[in-house]
Write a protein that binds this ligand. Structure first.
Ligand code: ASP
Ligand code: MG
Length: 417
């Protein structure tokens, strides 16, 4: 059994959906689980709709209409006018309308998951019906019956035992008769049967969860790039394609900010040594990057960037409040903020972290214990396997707030790239 994952860009318009159908027809010749994200930028549009809903803004109708129009326009171009897909969409939109008429739940992350998850439901319904109309025998399954999570809405934690059981059961009873199964990325279900989500860009992780539970022979993530690159090609024009990487290397890259695969994707498939292919849906016959236990003997310098960073210098606000790392970590954890870099001296701690919506509250709490000075809007650059030439090119003409160098990694914080 193999697992395919198609992200939003691969199904962003009519031609791309047709292209995905062609890839599935040609490449899914053995039993395949197909994991699909919301179409194009629909998750962003749904986030906007949810923000309008919870703030009771008048923009809600306009935002909702935009989402409906996007899907109906696609359907008009892909299906005959009598096709049942229009009713299927109608039903989902009516369901959403009901939801939007209700008083928002005080837990705004709960609201987020109920609304934003619709992107994946709609996309998989459209792709499923389109594949069927193209003559493929395929089954649509609701992932919320298979991936079971806690109720940490917006970044739910997977219950691995329950999930593995449910996936084996649901896939097992269908795959014998229908070797193609389509389901949703990113979304899941809590034990109380509410919809949860796994975090933005979480569909890669979904593919990995299925591969783990089913001991799949491989996972293929279809993207709009030829594979993994040495840097983000939109930022660095000398970015090069990498044919193979180890799980550990890609994990480090994702952790350092490479937006190649969701960081949670690697561990489950590494645990079972399942090969992961990153391939281009624009050029499906090329080999792409293979991620496995075995990486190449030598790596070229790999450049990763994290933008919107805060760099903070903390020192105790009085002599009877010593520098406590434990407390610092505990506070950051409570505000869902992960520290990307940390350094200390006898009287200072320097931390670099993502600026998120909890920043003001986090700063408020830290200020009770520490004198805090910070700068925002910075970029943290990580170069793995650095060489002198790459470092020199990187720092050329830039204002540096921090620089740290070891044989394996070069790190720097810049005002801008
Ligand atoms: N649709 C979700 C997002 O855009 C999940 C994903 O694409 O992986 O974040
Ligand atoms: Mg997406």
């Amino acid at each position: 059994m193999q697992v395919f994952k198609f992200g939003g860009a691969s199904i962003a318009n009519i031609d791309r959906i047709k292209n995905v159908a062609k890839i599935i027809t040609e490449k899914a010749t053995s039993p395949t689980i197909i994991v699909v994200s919301a179409m194009g930028k629909m998750t962003n549009a749904l986030e906007k709709l949810n923000a309008a809903y919870v703030s009771k803004s008048e923009k809600i109708n306009e935002d909702f209409q935009y989402i409906k129009d996007f899907h109906y326009q696609l359907v008009d171009a892909l299906f005959e006018s009598s096709h049942q897909i229009r009713e299927v969409l109608n039903d989902h939109f009516v369901e959403m309308e009901w939801l939007l008429e209700e008083e928002p739940n005080p837990n705004i992350d709960y609201c987020y998951d109920q609304i934003v998850s619709m992107g994946e439901i709609l996309s998989t319904k459209i792709v499923f019906h389109y594949l069927q109309s193209e003559g493929l025998s395929i089954k649509w399954l609701d992932v919320r019956d298979m991936i079971r999570t806690d109720n940490q809405y917006r970044s739910a934690g997977v219950d691995w035992d329950a999930t593995t059981k449910a996936i084996k059961h649901n896939i097992g009873k269908n795959i014998e008769n229908l070797p193609l199964i389509i389901t949703q990325g990113f979304i899941a279900g809590s034990s109380e049967n509410f919809t949860t989500t796994l975090g933005r860009e979480g569909s890669d992780f979904t593919a990995s969860i299925f591969a783990y539970a089913l001991d799949a022979s491989s996972v293929t993530v279809w993207k709009d790039v030829p594979g993994i690159m040495t840097a983000d090609p939109s930022l660095f024009d000398d970015a090069r394609f990498i044919p193979s990487l180890s799980y550990t290397e890609i994990l480090e890259m994702a952790d350092a900010g490479a937006k190649v695969l969701h960081p949670k994707t690697m561990r489950p498939i590494q645990d079972k040594s399942i090969p992961l292919h990153v391939k281009s849906f624009l050029d499906p016959d090329t080999k792409g990057t293979l991620i496995s236990d075995q990486g190449p003997a030598d790596y070229p310098p790999l450049i990763m960037c994290k933008t919107q960073q805060v760099y903070m210098n903390l020192s105790p606000s009085s002599f009877d409040k010593p520098l406590h790392f434990d407390m610092l970590f505990e506070i950051f954890k409570r505000y869902n903020t992960s520290i990307n870099h940390i350094q200390r001296s006898a009287i200072n701690i320097y931390v670099c972290f993502d600026e998120n919506r909890q920043f003001d509250a986090l700063l408020g709490e830290l200020s009770q214990w520490f004198n805090c000075q910070h700068q925002k809007g910075l970029t943290l650059v990580n170069i793995r396997h650095p060489n002198e030439a790459t470092i020199l090119k990187m720092i050329d003409g830039k204002e540096t707030l921090l620089e740290q160098k070891s044989k394996q990694v070069y790190k720097a914080i810049f005002k801008s790239l």
